[in-house]
Design a binder for this molecule. Structure first.
Ligand SMILES: NC(=O)c1ccc[n+]([C@@H]2O[C@H](COP(=O)([O-])OP(=O)(O)OC[C@H]3O[C@@H](n4cnc5c(N)ncnc54)[C@H](O)[C@@H]3O)[C@@H](O)[C@H]2O)c1
Ligand SMILES: [Zn+2]
Ligand SMILES: [Zn+2]
Length: 389
């Protein structure tokens, strides 16, 4: 089959690789009909996530048709149309039972690698390094889905791929990030990053009752989308002092909740951003917490800090003193996707949200390297690429 393979920083190739096979009785094989490129893939593309190996198949946002099932999968049939959560979860362990699906104890065969860095291992993820399980991803013609009885979500007839594809990640991710803001009536939420995660977070914050959402980025078409589709007030961090602007817009109090939907590759305009860039380049720092610092400093006293943005390792000069003394509450994590599939599908079915607004590019799988390039560099107004194998 054809698949998008990682070969090093800024080097992805579409190659012919062996078809996946059923290995365990709870596996299924899915023939992929749509798959997307995510901001998380850019961290791999830029070479900032350790334990990638040349030839690894990328991709964790995919859906398609079931073409083979293991003997233990009883609730799914060949021919079913399914979406696949990007987190791999067993459904039975202590964490899955508590709805902490991205913290599954049984799905990362390389858990020891993550334990070295993090103390305990989160769940396995599709196409996201050997530390996260070494699973082949879904930017391919076929993928093997482990724990398919809980890892496949059947899609009712009458919905297109593009309406449901983002249930695999970015819609639940934006939604969980908004839930993590603990929104109460009257709340003002500020969201850094207007990529796909930020856009779904804006919509979700309103769905959860926010009074106002303020969105921050520097890319004009992303700010425009936040305004037009998300009904957010917007700030361009290259044009204004974000901290000051937020203070002014909130009557001096600061936003009740703040969100970092940027992650480890933040840009910045100040001295600290240069410092991060230099340190990350020589591997003295794993991540660039430029947005995170601003998020924490801008938050109202007693506020909530939600961090869907991905961080990989150890962050420098994070203002923990501000966090502690202002009494902030932090919530973060890879998304517990399984938990959100049914309720968010209902939002789509009853017309509360149409996730297709985010798509700017549809490309054949063969053009994945071009897709990565334009998404990374925000060329051609690219916000979200869907690949068709
Ligand atoms: N927690 C999860 O489960 C989960 C799931 C999906 C994605 N993510 C992460 O969420 C983050 C965003 O993903 P995405 O797909 O939207 O990616 P993206 O790269 O398209 O979006 C990031 C946006 O942040 C903006 N940005 C950069 N520096 C900024 C700054 N200092 N202030 C404000 N905005 C800034 C960029 O211009 C860009 O528009 C990534 O880190 C990704 O890995 C997490
Ligand atoms: Zn993703
Ligand atoms: Zn589990």
């Amino acid at each position: 089959m054809k698949a998008v393979c990682w070969h090093g920083a800024k080097d992805v190739r579409v190659e012919t690789v062996p078809d996946p096979k059923i290995i365990n009785p709870r596996d299924a094989i899915v023939k992929i009909t749509s798959t997307a490129i995510c901001g998380s893939d850019l961290h791999l593309y830029d070479g900032f996530i350790p334990t990638m190996e040349k030839g690894d198949i990328l991709g964790h946002e995919f859906m398609g048709e079931v073409v083979e099932i293991g003997s233990a999968v009883k609730n799914i049939k060949i021919g079913d149309r399914v979406v696949v959560p990007f987190t791999i979860s067993c459904g039975n362990c202590y964490f899955c039972q508590r709805d902490y699906w991205s913290l599954c104890d049984n799905s990362n065969p390389n858990g020891w690698m993550a334990e070295t860095l993090m103390g305990y291992s989160p769940s396995g993820l599709f196409g996201y390094s050997h530390m996260m399980g070494g699973y082949a991803g879904g930017q391919a013609e076929y993928a093997r889905v482990p724990f398919a009885d809980v890892g496949l979500f059947k899609i009712p007839d009458g919905l297109t791929d593009e309406q449901v594809l983002f249930l695999t990640d970015v819609f639940p991710t934006g939604y969980m990030a908004a839930e993590n803001c603990n929104i109460k009536p009257g709340d003002i939420v500020a969201i850094w990053g207007c990529g796909p995660v930020g856009q779904f977070a804006i919509k979700s914050a309103y769905l959860l009752g926010a009074e106002r959402v303020i969105a921050i980025d520097r890319v004009p078409e992303r700010l425009q989308m936040a305004k037009e589709y998300g009904n957010a007030e917007v700030l361009n961090y290259e044009e204004v002092d974000v901290g000051e602007a937020l203070k002014e817009m909130t009557g001096g109090r600061g936003p009740d909740a703040v969100m970092d939907a940027v992650g480890m590759e933040a840009h910045g305009t100040d001295f600290m951003a240069l410092y991060d860039k230099a340190k990350q380049a020589v591997r003295l720092e794993t991540d660039r917490p430029t947005a995170l610092r601003q998020v924490i400093l801008s938050c109202s006293k007693g506020g909530h800090v939600s961090i869907p943005g991905v961080y990989g390792g150890f962050l420098d000069k994070v203002p923990m003193g501000a966090a502690m003394n202002k009494g902030l509450t932090f919530k973060t994590g890879q998304t517990h996707v399984h938990k959100y599939l049914r309720p968010l599908l209902e939002y789509i079915q009853n017309g509360k949200i149409d996730p297709t607004f985010i798509i700017t590019h549809r490309l054949p799988l063969e053009q994945a390297p071009h897709g990565y390039e334009i998404f990374k560099h925000k060329k051609d107004n690219c916000i979200k690429v869907v690949l068709k194998p």
